[in-house]
Design a binder for this molecule. Sequence first.
Ligand code: FUC
Length: 780
Amino acid sequence: MTCQPKMRLFYTMPAPTVNDGDFARQNDSPLAGWEKWSLPLGNSYMGASVFGRTGIERIQITENSLSNPFLRGSHWRDGNGGVRTFGDLYIETGHEEVSDYLRGLSLDTASAYVKYTWNGMVFHREYIVSYPDRVLAVRFTAERDGAPVSHGVSFCVRPEIPFVRDYCIKEGDGCGRTGEILTQADRLILRGVSLYYQIQYEGQVRIEAKGGSVTYADGRAIVSEADEAVLYFTCGTNYRMEPRVLEEDDPKKKLAPYPAPHEAVSGWLDAAAAKGYEKIRADHEADYRSLYDRVKLSIDWDEADLALTTDMLLETYKGGGRSGYLEMLYYQFGRYLLIASSRPGAYPATLQGTWTAYDSSPWGCDYHHNINVQMNYWPSGIANLSECFLPYLEYAKAYLPSAYAIADAYVHENYPENASDCPRGNGWTIGTGATLYFITTVGGHSGPGTGGFTSLLFWDYYEFTGDTEYLRTVGYPILRDMSRFLSKVVVPMDGKLLVRLSASPEQQGPDGRYYETVGCAFDQQMIYENHKRTLEAAEILGITDDPLLDVLREQLPLLDPVQIGLDGQVKEFREEGHYGEIGEYEHRHISHLVGLYPGTLINKNTPEWLEGAKISLTKRSDRSTGWAAAHRLCAWARTGDGNHAYALYRSMLERNTLPNLWDTHPPFQIDGNFGAVAGISEMLLQSQAGFLDFLAALPDVWADGSFDGLVARGNFVCGCDWRNKKPVELRVFSRAGGRARIRCAGIAAAGIETAGTVRRLGPDEIELSMEKGAAAVIRF
Ligand code: FUC
């Protein structure tokens, strides 16, 4: 079959809760029920993890600004502080012995559902988390013999604020929280303070019922004998994503100027209740589908797979079976997660998106900048979700003043000979750890290339949108000032310009300590890429009078970003002869290949480097942790080896995917879900080498298929049907206007329909010139 069927995850059992002792003990995570089985909904203001239980339902809520600083636990199981769970809604129904149970998550409508039979009646719940209305809404209905049951809906909602105590990891750490639940005439209020940053938080529950009654008493909302009921919940804090919050040193003063969230939360809740479920749902679906529906993917799938629960599908796959449906589902699930966790006006996606059930989260649920947060945004351009990058841009606007100060201090301390005393004269930079409350300085286990790794996101946003106004006002200053910083951390050595304090992320030396060196590939490549982008951007914008551009032009040929070693490998370290002499042989990070992906300096026009990259990738091995496998998938796709890229995808599904399709490092980290979307997209379409390369790394198992809506640089929206691994039809739509080169065997002789103009550059290459809004269809 080659159309995209309905996309849904579904199960015949609810998710276990944390309290299901044996289950929790048998699993490596104390929150295994949540982590492996719950289903995520979100609007990037909040996340709701739905367990789908019958007797007592649990919906766990996350709000990413409810956070502690990074605290040091001995292992991720102990957590590292950071984002903490907001609370839980428990919904008691008394329906213990149920039959015909089903729960699921529809990716087509961004809604979850639960359905079961109890006492001769069929009970339905539908859950959405709306972005436009900033609310979680759950509708409860009951039917008998297909007809609604009058007075059939009764339940009790009992919110809980967990971990109310005066510490987070250790007594006396100042990271506790207060919490209370207030009962009012028409709602329940959960509120308190997360003490370290004095974050005032509040959530409200309100229920609207048809028929029957709703009463609020003793911290509970009781619905009796309604025909139908809708639970509304929303929450917020007094956090603001503003520079002063990140700049202020005193944690207790960061949020001091901002009002308690009570008014805002009450407003959202009242507006939602007045609007009503049907309208909220319709607006939610329209909003969601305006993003989700942009990409369709179909690769040879089997109707029978639609009848298998998601956990069975995964189990069968792990047993060696193939499922085109699962491969499509995981892809679209990743796009779904990005829409649910990264929307303008809210927060960017953390390490766990917008879902954490911990009081003290692994790696603080932070914005990890030595690959993880970048990976979150790798799919945004190509998978047609550029808007989902905007929260990161808003975050950057909040952290940039701090980032300039960090760069200034870093250059003065470590490269005084290059330091400038002008305001912002040393550019900006960022280190690995970052949260909504602070960013860290560069260095330690990851070199200054971390900054260039980050600023590439801003270039990619331009390339995939073609938005020159954005480039002029936002993108270029960001790239330029990152180049300014990077131009100051290189020093002349051996006739080259090398980073003096350099580190390849998290690689260790023989003494078990992080390995510090000079000019490692990661740093040199990221400086090279950033300088190049800054120069390109200046050219596009017609900027010529900035003396920095001359510095970048002089530095570029001396950066020596790729060196080939004795085994033909791309070297990670300049001092390395044979592969793996320094550092962990199969280390999860492949930081010396960032110039292959997400960078572009290693490509088909540099065959020796591309070969070297393959050697390094092969020696590094395919088996790795979640996000690390996703980076390998992206890298193999860039080499053009579709079968190897597919092997990585397969291994991610077999080894790094939980039953709810969350990626596991372990523990659950969302970066792998997002990295996989980027990698799969790259298998189908690439555009980094100056031309559109359809089916750039197509594996043999995807012999027939089609896609629509992937985006190439220049903002060309592309589609393709293929049979026996050969394109039958290509579709290109220009959203920004411009020229697109397409390289594809026999394309000049194909039938080309377009309102634009076509130049045939050779038998296998054409150039389309298209106005904004023009389309082309090429039939072979
Ligand atoms: C990177 C990885 C770690 C972990 C952390 C969140 O630094 O090296 O393994 O995934 O991010």
